[in-house]
Design a protein around this ligand. Structure first.
Ligand SMILES: N[C@@H](CCC(=O)N[C@@H](CS)C(=O)NCC(=O)O)C(=O)O
Length: 91
């Protein structure tokens, strides 16, 4: 059955830390869209956080959200991408 519900063929990854309201917002937002995602907690992995940051123009905050290999940014960037109507192209 065809469905208008968004679905992702590419993996969505949300890199988070503990006590991160924007991370909570990002996860709630994806869940509200019915989009499954993987969460990777960077709390115990500062090396990975530094690597992701240096690979993405020194991005400093969490969450860091990827759709496949595409770096979206944080929660506000994810929301803006969705509101622009261009998110489905990346999924
Ligand atoms: N505009 C960003 C703001 C993200 C943000 O400020 N995140 C906080 C945690 S919720 C942060 O990373 N603060 C610096 C830090 O934890 O090192 C977004 O929407 O993701």
């Amino acid at each position: 059955m065809p469905s208008d519900k968004p679905s992702n063929k590419k993996e969505i990854r949300v890199y988070t830390t503990n006590y991160c309201p924007y991370c909570v917002n990002a996860k709630k937002f994806l869940t509200s869209l019915g989009l499954p995602f993987s969460e990777i907690n960077l709390e115990e992995n500062p090396e990975l956080r530094a690597k992701l940051s240096s690979e993405n123009n020194g991005w400093r905050t969490v969450p860091m959200i990827f759709i496949g290999d595409h770096f979206v940014g944080g929660f506000t960037d994810l929301k803006a991408l969705h509101d622009s109507g261009k998110m489905n192209e990346l999924l």
